[in-house]
Design a protein. Sequence first.
Length: 219
Amino acid sequence: YSTNSELIKEGLENLSHFTVEFKARLSVFHSLTMKRSLKTTHSIIKECLEISPDSFSLNYLLSHVELLFMCGYRYRRYIDARLTHASNISIWICAVIFELSQLDYQCANSNTNATCIRIKNILERSIASQSVVRNSLLLWRLYAQFEACFGSSSLCKSVYIRGLEHCPSVKQLYTDSMKHSNIDRDIVDKLIDTMIEKELRLRAPIEEIEMLTSSRNII
């Protein structure tokens, strides 16, 4: 009986989250197609966020509306307060996406330094926060890619090394670091040795495959 009650409760919660997200999306759609007031849409999204504060979709919609408002400072103030106690990775991702959107606009005006600093600060805060967020492969890869595009090869390499300390058994971080063009052969050899120690193989050795196939024939 308790299991059924828990399933029903979980289903109702999921339905509630779906309903508020649909309401927010519909409001944005009306604003874009029927010239509805963005102020009304902004208020509706904020109301929905009170019900589902960790929703990626709602936080992303709010950032989109703020960009239409051209009120970056207001969204930064809101998201900065959320990041102080954020244990959900979606909040950090939304913060980075918003600043990257600002970066796209500023690239045309050759004024990207301030936004790059803000993005780096957000990523540094994320990996210095709770272990749930700090051990996120997505954030480490995002940080490394950001440094590769807007920073330097040495900073990118440093991020990969730090990421491997927190996510030592994630093959994707090893392969990403190897793909980076400025990482030298010595480091690649060390990474391969570490992967072998942790049994993270890019492919199985031919000898091992032959042993497995021969053992099957014996059986």
